[in-house]
Every structure is written in C-alpha cells, then in structure tokens.
Design a binder for this molecule. Sequence first.
Ligand SMILES: *Cc1c(COP(=O)(O)O)cnc(C)c1O
Length: 406
Amino acid sequence: MTAPARARGSQELIRAEEPVLAHNYHPLPVVVARAEGAWVEDIEGRRYLDMLAGYSALNFGHRHPALVDAAHRQLDRLTLTSRAFHHDRLAGFAERLAALTGTDMVLPMNTGAEAVESGIKVARKWAYDVKGVPADRATIVVAADNFHGRTTTIVGFSTDETARAGFGPFTPGFRVVPYNDLAALEEAVDETTAAVLIEPIQGEAGVLIPDDGYLAGVRELTRRAGCLFVADEIQSGLGRTGRTLAVEHEPVVPDVVLLGKALGGGIVPVSAVVGSREVLGVLRPGEHGSTFGGNPLAAAVGTAVVELLETGEFQRRAAELGTVLREGLAALVGRGVVGFRARGLWAGVDVDPALGSGREISERLMREGVLVKDTHGSTIRLAPPLTVTGEELRGALGTLEKVLTS
Ligand SMILES: *Cc1c(COP(=O)(O)O)cnc(C)c1O
C-alpha cells in the first residue's frame, strides 16, 4: 500500500507551477487557500489583510454572505441557457443595473476586456448608423497610459510596450492623446470620431486622478463634437471612489459606461456596457453576442451586487474610510512616501525608490501580513475591500509605516 500523498506546501506549489503554467504573471510568493471579508489565509494558515481586493473585483470582500447566498440559490436552480432562450433572471438584472447607473440599456458580457471591445463595436456602429461617418473611417480617441484589457485590439492602442510589443499587427482607427489634456483631445477629435474612451481615474497607471474639470471638459467637448463619451469604470466604478461611478465626482453623465470586476461580486466574471437607448439601440440580432454573457448565475450575482450598491452603504464607507486612508498616507509623506493620489478607498502610493521597488515593498508588506500590488516602478496600489474596517485600515497603514521606516 502506498502512503497517502502529503499535501504540498507553499514553496512546493509555487515550484510546481513553473513548468506547467504560462509565465504571463509574476505573483507575490503567497499561496492563498481560503478567504473571508477583507482577510485571506495561505495554505500554512497565515493570515493577510487583502489591500488589493482583486483590483476592485472584490469590492464587497471575499465571499460576502449576500452574494454567496445568491450564487448558491441560483446554482440549485439554473446556471446557463445561452441567449438562444430567455431566462427569468436577466430582465431584473438589466432593469436594476440601468436604474443604478442612471441609464436606459444594458449589454451584458463577461470580462472587462469584452465590455471594452463591445463598447468599441457599439461606438463604431453608432458612428456609421447615426452620426453618418463614411464606412470603415470611424476613429476612437484614447488616452496615453490607458489600461483597458488584453485583447489584440485593446493592446494595440496601449502605450505600454510590455503589453504591446510582439502582438501586432493591430486594429487601426485609434488615436492616442495625453491624459488630462483637453487641448490635445480637442485637436484629435474630428468628424470621423465615434468616441472618446477614457478611464475617469487611471488605475493601472498608478491611480492617476485628472484635474477637476477634466471629465466635465471631456463631456462638453464630446457633446460639441457630436461624438460619444465612453467611460471605462471597470476598476473605478461600483463604489470604489465613494460614489457609484467615479464620473459622479463631477456633474458628468457619459453616453456609455463600461463595468466589470466588482459586478461579478468576486464570484463569477460579469461585465456590462450600459448606456443610452440611442447608442445601445443600434445593435440588431446577430451583430454581437456572447455564449455566457448575461447567464443566469451571472445575472443572479450581478443583481445581488446591484442590491448591495442600492443601499449606498458601500459608497458611504468608501468615502468615509477614504479620509482615514488619505490622512494615514499624508502622515507618511517624507517618511518613505514621496507622494500619493487617493480617492475613496483607492490610492496610488509613490514610495521613495531608495527604499526599494514597488515589488520589494509589496514583498515586505506580504511578510508583515498585508497584501498589495505594485503598479509601475516604486508605486504601489492600495484598494482594500469596501467592507474593511477603520481599525483594519489603520493597521495596514501602520504596517506600511513600519516597512518604510524600519
Ligand atoms: C481590469 C480592467 C479591464 C479589463 O478587465 P478584465 O476583466 O481583466 O478583462 C479594463 N479596463 C480597466 C480600467 C480595468 O481596470
């Protein structure tokens, strides 16, 4: 009789990935086995405060009871129909998501990149059908340092060489302008422009927050130019910044909003394009689709996410705890932090490069029981679940102080 296989430890599992898993990521050396709320536990039973929250995919924490319950109930009833048939969860999801975001129509998809691709397709179709742009001439203006996902079309208009190099040829029809620069945007927009596609806050770029008035300026400029304003709120939306959408920090209503990440409650991938009937109404049967988009399980979880956001509690928590985060970071400026940008429970923190790269700081924080992720250079991103308590948040800031000053 052979002995039962011994469970493998963290280091063994990390080594086991090497030959069989594509090397498109460089994760921190922690092997997570379970999680609840703002806390995760590795396979050796060490606990960590999750200050990344799946890049905002876990805005409601790990395994929020209302979300897990909605998923369980749906798993026992119906999980997939494809859009060949109607199912009984989709109408309610679309109605409530449209109401939450103040729009007319919803196009359900799965991943964020698919929502972006869908937004691009809808904007182009609108440009030809409604605006009257000559066939195949539509342009879309995007911002430098954008992050919109990983498909070939999307990386084609990235300005990050690591994301782009080696994956061409790319889809034509995109113009790149500097972010937070209305004059450059004005220059790039012309009669062929279907849309301006931007992130209201650039997350991957290091939580770059544009100047006050920029988003209102984009709204005004696109309205004047007769093109669409498409806001990618896949990371910034659904409570993260203290509002349902980050664009709400200015009196701005985009024509189209792209949602993802937190919409799936950290359980299933759920994304959506939401927008006016004039724009989303251009699609006819057969012109776009997705086997899994809007499936019953996704719709059930997405509806439960919308229900949580309807209470306003998470937006309020993000705004209130955002003050704790900002004050805590401000106290570290000159003591290891050279600068930071924060809105709601979301911050990009530039650490003194003399203290180490963002990666090294992240590894040191990990060893102290706090999980974060670097973005570029010596910048780390903080985005805890919106369920984090003030005490937990102050604890994480204390750990950051210890790592930077010891
Ligand atoms: C994560 C992200 C995407 C892509 O989402 P995936 O689900 O990874 O495809 C697109 N836009 C923004 C702003 C994001 O943060």
